[in-house]
Design a binder for this molecule. Sequence first.
Ligand code: PLP
Length: 400
Amino acid sequence: MPVSSFDIRRVIRPNILRLEPYRCARDDYSEGVLLDANENSFGPAYQASIVPASGSSDQVHIEARTGGQQLHRYPDPLGREVKQRILKLRPSVAGIDNVFLGVGSDEVIDLLVRITCQPGRDSVLVTPPTYGMYRVVASINDVGVVKVPLIVEGGAFQLDVDAVIKAALDDESIKIIWLCSPGNPTGTVLQEEDVRRVLECGFGGLVVIDEAYVDFTRADRGQSYARLVAEYPGLFVMQTMSKSFGLAGIRLGVGIGGCEVVYHLNNTKAPYSVSTLTLDVAKAALSDEGILKMRAVIDILREQRDEFLIPELRKLPHVGAILGGNDGNFVLCRLVDSSGCASNEIAKSVYTEMAEKRGLVVRFRGTDYGCEGCLRVTVGTAEENRMVIEVMRSLLSAIP
Ligand SMILES: Cc1ncc(COP(=O)(O)O)c(C=O)c1O
């Protein structure tokens, strides 16, 4: 096992290390006559429940059966049953003490910054083009942002490993290195050799790999980096129920890391942040049946991405290239002018026309580093994807 430079006492803020966390009787006792938390024993005034999803037999959907919900009770503050099911999905994770649940990955991002970075003093390292929330959360917490761009030439979107290591070792204020694999908006899986070099470089902070899109990755491009958590105490992996499980509305983000980091995250979060409704739906989605359905949808989505959307986009006029690895549920498509140069003007006008005149909303990413002229198109249903191609064909054919 590599020698680790990770030292929890130097990574976690002193006030968080000293924190006496909020405790409730429910941490110790959750059964019997519960008169400890000032709940309303008469039950919910409004009888809320989630009805099983109904749909035609050829539709793949998740059934959220939540019989026996105790909505007048606070949820399990640690979401233990959901964590047990996550262990089944990710067998390389040692135990539920290595798993954190947050209100979406976005809350996990915020909490990671809050437990490690001293406002006005510390900073995080990001590798543009990347997910925008790392920067936004840093700004909100008055934390600096050090940028080490990806190598973008030829649409590689891989780490500039030497530059990342140099920045991380030269600047003691850096507490987190944010990596995203598959990246957003790049769709590219980071090479394991590069990730290991960063983990082994002597950096004493947290290396966080955001794997929001990991389930869409082709099998031959590698598996989740969660399997390296046992090897590297400074590694923290983030996943989410929002993408492959199609449950963006329940807001459940999953963090996988060393027990000590998870412990401090649990101490810092609001005690009952993840609701009973969310936990119940997640439990159903993480059942054997739910996971099978998730995988079935992914097969369809990958086929739509690889066999339809990408080849059809490539045939369109003014489409210069499909950039990146295409390992997410989206495609990054570069639009070019008549001389073949990336054109933000064309991309912006197509984006606006699509949204305002055709009711079809994609994302303009032309101002991201290395993404000039780019639109990011989420892979939709077969019908939605056909519509994207038809609308883009009609708009792009009208451009000289
Ligand atoms: C890379 C990445 N991380 C995290 C998120 C946020 O996920 P969640 O819905 O779990 O907050 C997104 C959402 O688009 C994302 O692209």
